[in-house]
Ligand binder design. Structure first.
Ligand code: MG
Length: 383
């Protein structure tokens, strides 16, 4: 497969923090992907909530299946645009490594706890996982990934935070854009979660087909499916036939819109892409509008649904209780964390202590967090 001139290439990569000899049989981005798949944080994604808490049912998306869906969508688009499929796969599989248990509720709760200590942000945490926390290699901390994969993992960042992040933070300071593979993984994330959340919401009975038939993007393909097959299909078949068309519509739209933008600008390299002044991987205005309407619908009707709210409110309390207990008494942390807590108490030490606690909590899966909560607070639990 020939790469487009604006695709990422290992020959022009900005490289790894610690230089390594090249692998005989894999590209540098394949190697990044493989390191991600083999890390513990990746395996934890299986037991972390996307929207529905892990024990609510076996068929709902988890962070792991979500990440696999993102990679599938991103690879399809990458191949059509002659972008680097290995890189886009690595970014997609790594993009949620820093997420806490219990989906956004967990992230918001931990961020609230960490406010006095510099906050908590899952994007930055994903980068921290691959740069620092995965520490099983002899020659370096973290996974020593290429700049391009790390650049893709850091989707958003404030300028204040970017100043502390070195090379990957730079683009937030000078308002430039990341490479196309990073832009693509970002958009594929959105396509994946909007569609699978509709699927999971319907499956859970929190959303109805009648309700969704009022949402323009869903309605367009719902009408098409009913016209084609009549009313004989089961609700499950309708759900699937509509959602596969929505995904396809958005994927084709991104391919056509981005191809047109690339053909008109003709960037000669990744650096030309970074300095283009606007994102080149994008939805058409029509698809963007439809997508935003779907997103709004999901916020109002799924993410804020009474049943989801009751569970996430409980999840927030679990995270806060864990954080407060560890902060008050760091000796409660497992030794590998408590040993690193600085003994004295100036501001800098307190920040280090809080960050260690955040790292520990952010690494927890849903069930580990619930279990740890019981271990700490249930007087009858011995260990
Ligand atoms: Mg995601």
């Amino acid at each position: 497969m020939t790469l487009a001139p604006y695709a990422a290439r290992q020959e022009t990569s900005r490289g790894r923090h610690v230089a390594e000899p090249s692998s005989g049989n894999r590209t540098e981005y394949q190697r990044d992907r493989d390191r991600i798949i083999h890390c513990a944080a990746f395996r934890r994604l299986e037991y972390k909530t996307q929207v529905f808490v892990n024990h609510e049912g076996d068929l709902f998306r988890t962070r792991l299946t979500h990440s696999v869906e993102v990679a599938q969508i991103a690879r399809t688009i990458a191949r059509s645009l002659a972008l680097n499929e290995d890189l886009v796969e690595a970014i997609s599989l790594a993009h949620d490594l820093g997420h806490t248990a219990f989906g956004h509720a967990g992230q918001d709760a931990l961020n609230e706890c960490m406010k006095p200590f510099g906050g908590f942000e899952h994007n930055i945490q994903s980068l921290r996982v691959v740069d620092v926390l995965e520490n099983k290699y002899a020659a370096f901390d973290g996974l020593n990934l290429t700049f391009e994969t790390r650049e893709g993992i850091l989707k958003h960042c404030t300028k204040a935070k970017a100043r502390h992040l070195g090379d990957v933070g730079q683009r937030f300071l000078d308002d430039s854009h990341p490479g196309l593979e990073a832009q693509l993984a970002n958009l594929s994330d959105e396509i994946a979660y909007n569609n699978h959340d509709v699927d999971d919401g319907l499956r859970a009975g929190l959303l109805s087909l009648d309700q969704l038939a009022q949402v323009p993007l869903f309605a367009r393909f719902y009408d098409e499916v009913i016209t084609l097959y009549g009313q004989d299909l089961s609700a499950k078949q309708i759900r699937h036939e509509v959602i596969r068309r929505m995904i396809n519509y958005l994927v084709v739209d991104v391919i056509e819109t981005s191809q047109a933008a690339l053909s008109s600008l003709q960037p000669a390299s990744v650096d030309a892409v970074r300095g283009a002044g606007h994102a080149l991987i994008a939805f058409s205005p029509e698809a963007r509008r439809l997508n935003v309407e779907l997103k709004r619908f999901l916020y109002k009707n799924l993410y804020s649904h009474h049943q989801v709210y009751r569970i996430t409110s409980k999840a927030r309390r679990v995270i806060k209780a864990l954080f407060d207990a560890f902060l008050a008494d760091p000796k409660l942390l497992p030794p590998k964390f408590s040993e690193r807590v600085p003994p004295t108490g100036d501001d800098a030490d307190r920040k280090i202590r809080a960050r260690l606690i955040a790292d520990y909590i952010a690494g927890m899966t849903d069930r580990y967090a619930l279990d740890e909560y019981d271990r700490l607070f249930d007087p009858r639990r011995l260990r």
